[in-house]
Design a protein around this ligand. Structure first.
Ligand code: FMN
Ligand code: SF4
Length: 518
């Protein structure tokens, strides 16, 4: 009987040696004349165990990790023997870290072969689209509205409103654009799903096309993601061959096709209008709004632009029922969020869970605290424009409104953990410096303000007129917050002000105006 071994092809696993492990399995099996099949799956998201391999058995898929090339001979012994091994974690789905998740979007990631359309279909793939073409525009829009889905790219804008606006805008050509720029620090969910379940993103975009009357789609992906580019290109071509892209998709009256475009590499190219400029072949400069992309987007045509995870949530909603999705979550944050645990954390990785879990549960219980073993001092949630939260705010539930109430944002769901050795004034300086480097330069508060911000923090750190410069820094932050054209300049103050508010001791003095309790 053929022995089936799963070795992830996910970039994180590959970075930890998965390709070499796969080669070693093939070589040792040949030497031993063992009949094996190696499936290169996506990652399950337990990054501290990568490369985590799985061996198919009658009991289920048994996980072992982290595996090195040297472990391969003994793992083969275990696979053909009683399965016992020091690296054994038991049936993958039963590992508590995986079992306790609510995987609606990532249900197939790490399970299927991302290059196989048949495997995707065997795991309920394309059922959402098949229903969508039967429902047509109004039915899809109603489902997306019922689901309560909000954009997972950062702003949390209701997806149904965006799609309905494009559907109602009359034009001879409309576009679907997938924002796969994923520039936020500590985030990798887009990459993981594109590598591990690329058909899902394609299916979500195709459903969007049917909903709004668009026939063409683009995936704008950062150049640092070559594995995802390869996975998407392979999946697009397989979907086309299978009749899921092109003319008359799923034997319906709808046409839809798409292509991948690789970005030039700038954080601001993730901002939707800047992305559209870049997609049109121009410099990534932010456009003034209005007009909204929904009215005049790519090449001046009505355009739906959504994050990878927003599109990836759609097939579940169409296939399993919008209400089933909406039943998860809290308040106006419905469904699940694929949370990415990163930085100085013991158990980093992808953890999909319903909204409402607290920050403390995520960092201390699920993440297991810091990798260094030192106390957690701060976490930055939502990428480089997100606020720093101290332990005192660990009771904040993962919910758009709860974070906003505490001057934070959940953004794309990235959590970066720092231990007690972190210098928060240095982190504040980094936020300003990042903005100065990445600013598109269109508006003054961001272009000039960020550089002045770096200089002012340097003065504070050097002990030059501390109190006066702290007040100046706060004023500067407010000017950037309220005067910037887009969220790069407008949100850079959040990490700066939160660091000043929660960690005043790192700035040499407690800034008086920020001392007021929440
Ligand atoms: C500076 C900046 C960078 C951004 N980067 C990304 C990104 O990498 N990926 C993303 O999906 N959205 C990013 N956004 C948000 C997009 O502008 C936009 O809100 C999003 O693509 C809309 O999709 P959604 O409604 O599905 O979230 C960024 C915004 C700003 C201001
Ligand atoms: S805030 Fe910064 S990135 Fe945004 S438009 Fe202004 S200069 Fe450009």
């Amino acid at each position: 009987m053929t022995l089936k071994i799963y070795v992830p092809r996910d970039a994180a696993a590959v970075a930890c040696g998965a390709d070499e492990v796969a080669e070693a399995f093939a070589a040792h099996a040949t030497k031993r004349k063992l009949d094996i099949e190696i499936v290169r799956n996506g990652s399950r998201g337990l990054l501290w165990l990568e490369p985590m391999i799985e061996v198919a058995t009658a009991e289920g898929r048994i996980a072992y990790g982290p595996v090195t090339v040297d472990d391969v001979p003994s793992l083969l012994d275990a696979a053909v023997g009683n399965g016992k091994h020091a690296l054994r974690h038991g049936v993958a789905e039963e590992i508590s870290w995986l079992k306790n998740q609510t995987r609606l979007t990532f249900s197939r990631c790490g399970v299927i072969d991302p290059r196989s359309l048949d495997d995707y279909r065997a795991h309920d793939g394309y059922k959402g689209l098949e229903r969508a073409v039967r429902l047509g525009s109004d039915g899809i829009l109603a489902d997306v509205k019922t689901s309560g889905l909000r954009g997972r790219g950062g702003a949390g804008f209701p997806t149904a409103i965006k799609w309905t606006t494009v559907a109602q805008t009359k034009d001879d050509q409309k576009y679907i654009v997938c924002n796969a720029d994923e520039g936020d620090s500590g985030t990798f969910a887009d990459r993981m799903i594109m590598e591990g379940d690329p058909f899902l993103v394609i299916e979500g975009m195709t459903i969007a096309g049917v909903a709004v009357g668009a026939t063409r789609g683009y995936i704008y992906i950062r150049s640092e993601y070559p594995h995802a580019v390869e996975a998407l290109k392979a999946a697009i071509s397989a979907a086309r061959k299978g009749g899921y892209l092109g003319k008359g998709i799923c034997k319906s009256k709808f046409d839809f096709d798409m292509e991948v475009r690789v970005g030039a590499g700038a954080y601001v190219c993730g901002e939707e209008t800047s992305l559209l400029e870049s997609l049109e072949g121009k410099r990534g400069l932010v456009r003034a709004k209005p007009p909204l992309p929904a009215h005049k987007g790519l090449f001046g045509k009505p355009t739906v632009i959504n994050n990878v995870l927003s599109f990836a949530a759609i097939p579940f909603i169409l296939d399993n029922g919008a209400q089933k999705y909406a039943d998860f979550g809290m308040g106006r944050s419905r469904g699940t969020m694929p949370i990415q645990l990163a930085g100085n954390i013991k158990h980093g990785g992808l953890y999909e869970v319903a909204f409402g879990v607290t920050l403390g549960e995520l960092v201390d219980q699920i993440g297991g605290g810091t990798a260094s073993g030192r106390p957690v001092r701060a976490v930055q949630v939502g990428g480089p424009l997100g606020a720093y939260f101290p332990k005192e705010l660990f009771d904040t539930p993962f919910d758009y409104e709860a974070f906003a109430k505490r001057d934070g944002l959940i953004g794309h769901g990235g959590i970066v953990v720092f231990d007690d050795t972190v210098d928060m004034a240095k982190q504040a300086r980094f936020a300003m410096e990042f903005c100065a480097i990445e600013s598109c330069g269109k508006c003054t508060p961001c272009r000039i303000g960020s550089t002045r911000g770096v200089e002012t923090i340097d003065k504070i750190k050097a002990g030059v007129q501390g109190a006066k410069n702290l007040t100046l820094l706060e004023d500067l932050c407010n000017t950037m917050k309220f005067g910037s054209l887009c969220a790069l300049g407008g949100f850079t103050p959040y990490p700066v002000l939160s660091a000043m508010k929660h960690f005043p001791e790192d700035f040499g003095a407690a800034p008086p105006r920020l001392q007021a309790a929440e």
